[in-house]
Ligand binder design. Structure first.
Ligand SMILES: [Zn+2]
Length: 308
């Protein structure tokens, strides 16, 4: 949901140019259409990596969500491992550098690399899909996604509608394309795919049935509903963005949802580091959609006001 870039640009470092030097520079520019080599132009900026807050990079021990469902990602990014009778499914994986930590947490749960059969995804951004290429190589798991996400996976997140080439990750090929309401099954567990376009055109929610303390629990893993810095109106790359978000809020309200989880845990009230109290503040799907809708409509109203 949030894509925080903590960067310091050379221009922000505050190195003022002396007026006499400035005048001389301008004279050179005016006197000649060819710039003297290296004399006037500042160097090109350094390449910038995608830097994020520490909690997104902080490994934690597996957190049990339900009998077969575990959070094995970091303190601040969700990666759900669902252990079936025929191998395991990983839903989201976090940042590109997370592969080793995920495999270590799988080992703690006695899941060998070869036991990982399927990779599923909420959306194809670097902070959730980053290690998929590495995990496919190291486990043989198959990546399952819809066509929109498959296209972004294949580009490694480049040419993003909103972020351009700023947030890239190792490209990865999708092995199976799924449609809206298609079911992906493994070892007796059925994962239903619900398209919730908005945050990305390929965003999905996934629902499945688990048990906890002897009772059935319907888990909904619902994608980010935020629009961080997005151009909402008249976006030539996404003309029906507003309609998609509004339909998605309705879809999320109607999901089977005894227990809601989200790619960014705090968005649904989770605190994975809180042990037994991890879900103490967890939201319902309806509350999650309501809050996101209020924020989206406020962001849209502000965009409309400033464009007038
Ligand atoms: Zn995202």
């Amino acid at each position: 949901m949030r894509h925080t870039r903590q960067t310091v640009h050379p221009s922000a470092a505050g190195i003022p140019m002396r007026p006499s030097l400035l005048a001389a520079s301008l004279a050179i520019v005016l006197a000649s259409s060819v710039l003297p080599a290296g004399a006037v132009e500042p160097p090109l900026p350094q390449l910038e990596a995608y830097t994020v807050r520490e909690s997104w990079r902080q490994p934690i021990a597996p957190v049990r969500i339900a009998d077969r469902t575990w959070q094995i990602g970091t303190a601040g990014l969700t990666a759900l491992l669902v252990v079936t009778d025929d191998g395991a499914v990983l839903i989201d994986a976090g940042m590109p550098q997370a592969a080793d930590a995920l495999l270590a947490n799988m080992a703690r749960l006695e899941i060998a690399p070869a036991d990982l059969r399927l990779l599923l995804s909420s959306h194809a951004h670097a902070d959730h899909a980053g290690p998929f290429a590495a995990l496919k190589r190291r486990t043989g798991a198959h990546l399952v996604a819809n066509a929109e996400s498959a296209a972004l996976f294949a580009r490694g997140g480049t040419d993003d509608l909103h972020f351009g080439d700023d947030i890239a990750y190792p490209p990865v090929q999708t092995d199976r394309i799924v449609m809206d309401h298609e079911v992906v099954s493994l070892g007796g567990i059925d994962f239903k795919v619900h398209f919730v376009p908005g945050h990305t055109p390929g965003s999905v929610a996934l629902t499945w049935a688990d048990t906890r303390e002897g009772r059935p629990v319907r888990i909904a893993y619902v994608d980010s509903l935020s629009a961080p810095g997005y151009r909402l109106q008249g976006n030539p790359r996404y003309p029906r963005l507003v309609e998609d978000y509004r339909r998605t809020f309705q879809t999320v309200r109607s999901l089977p949802c005894d227990l809601l989880l989200t790619p960014h845990p705090e968005a649904s009230g989770w605190d994975y580091a809180a042990g037994d109290a991890a879900a103490a503040q967890a939201l319902t799907c309806a509350a999650y959609a309501d809050g996101a809708e209020t924020r989206f409509e406020a962001q849209l109203a502000e965009a409309q006001a400033t464009s007038r």
